[in-house]
Design a protein around this ligand. Structure first.
Ligand code: ATP
Ligand code: MG
Length: 227
């Protein structure tokens, strides 16, 4: 089995993620790409990230119609901040013998050397960097033989922009799958009064303890910059 692993906050998942995963799957001959949303508690910069249950549900809805896409809850179920090395350990245990390709956008790729146990990350997975508008895709310092750089169709879409659009009532049609847009509306996510979009309808917000085990500003929303 050749498995792609696409980690991220996915707050919300959008077509930029889906196209990147699809193209990487095609170019690398992957049997499946697994989307792995980060766990909770989680703070990205000064923003409280939406409850994992919502982000996970949106990933499931966005990928349901594609037999080559899957969603894993390993990071959601592991307590504490999400580190890529833990994601890869858990997925390797769940899929013995599988070749893992960790797919990351040009922005997130840049920080790889600061990730917790970066050497183990590189031993466990083929590192794949994909193009993203507004970011330069280069070897992040691991050596050209240890990273595969690929071109994917350019979609200048970010979850940050989607959240802003919902907040100001601008359309998100065609930027996220229809099932995701419907879920956002149903659940009232990203509305100005949603308290930062946390856990609407699914219990209380989990506060991340300030500065404790919390990574700040890692572009993919994973905790590696705290490690
Ligand atoms: P945010 O604006 O909240 O940071 P995002 O759009 O960057 O959200 P993330 O969940 O942070 O989405 O990203 C998950 C992974 O997907 C990262 O590796 C990121 O680089 C990649 N990615 C996100 N959007 C795109 C895109 N439009 N094209 C290519 N890669 C992308
Ligand atoms: Mg990001």
């Amino acid at each position: 089995m050749r498995l792609g692993v696409m980690g991220g906050t996915f707050d919300p998942i959008h077509v930029g993620h889906l196209v990147a995963a699809s193209e990487a799957g095609f170019l690398l001959g992957l049997d499946e790409v697994i989307f792995v949303p980060t766990g909770q508690p989680w703070q990205k910069g000064h923003r409280q990230v939406t409850a994992a249950s919502h982000r996970l549900t949106m990933c499931l809805r966005a990928t349901a119609d594609n037999p080559r896409f899957a969603v894993s809850r390993v990071d959601v179920d592991r307590p504490g901040p999400t580190y890529t090395v833990d994601t890869l350990r858990d997925l390797a245990a769940a899929h013995p013998g599988a070749h893992l390709a960790f797919i990351t956008g040009a922005d997130a790729l840049r920080g790889i050397l600061t990730w917790r146990d970066a050497d183990e990350v590189l031993r466990r997975a083929q590192l794949v960097g994909v193009t993203r508008p507004g970011h330069v895709l280069v070897d992040p310092g691991v050596g050209a033989d240890r990273v595969t750089l690929i071109d994917v169709p350019a979609l200048a879409i970010s979850s940050t922009d989607i959240r802003d659009r919902v907040r100001r009532g601008a359309p998100i049609d065609y930027l996220v799958p229809a099932e995701v847009a419907e879920y956002i509306t149903e659940q009232g996510l990203y509305q100005p009064d949603a308290g930062g979009g946390v856990a609407a309808g699914l219990g209380a917000a989990i506060e991340a303890p300030a500065g404790v085990g919390v990574a700040v500003n890692h572009p993919s929303g994973r905790g590696d910059s705290a490690g």
